[in-house]
Design a protein around this ligand. Structure first.
Ligand code: ZN
Length: 114
């Protein structure tokens, strides 16, 4: 049995940011290009907490947008209203929702827990 990989997420972050961070880490670890390439199966050497698993299930459709070939395309989420965009660069400075003052945050590839 290979050693289990556990990823660290920040419980204070928007759940889509956490789901996106874990998903991109899993895709990269498995050397795949996108979430669909997993064919609905999590790699057996990755262990998620029940909370992380729930977030991934909840945002399954959103995770299909992630790309890990070359420039990583990852979610940028407004912490106030939850509106998201996809970015390969830096986070947008303004939320896309009209009248929302929230500042979007870009998901980072989740780190392995030591
Ligand atoms: Zn917003």
């Amino acid at each position: 049995m290979p050693a289990q990989t556990v990823f660290e997420t920040d419980p204070d972050e928007h759940p889509l940011l956490q789901a996106s961070s874990i998903a991109v880490a899993i895709i990269k670890k498995a050397r795949l290009e996108k979430w669909e390439d997993l064919n609905g199966q999590l790699p057996t050497d990755v262990e998620l907490t029940p909370e992380q698993f729930e977030m991934i299930r909840k945002y399954e459709r959103e995770l299909l947008w992630i790309r890990a070939n070359g420039a990583t395309a990852i979610h940028c989420v407004c912490q106030v209203c939850g509106a998201w965009t996809l970015t390969t660069g830096t986070a947008n400075t303004k939320c896309i929702t009209f009248g929302c003052d929230g500042r979007p945050v870009k998901a980072k590839t989740a780190k392995r827990k030591k």
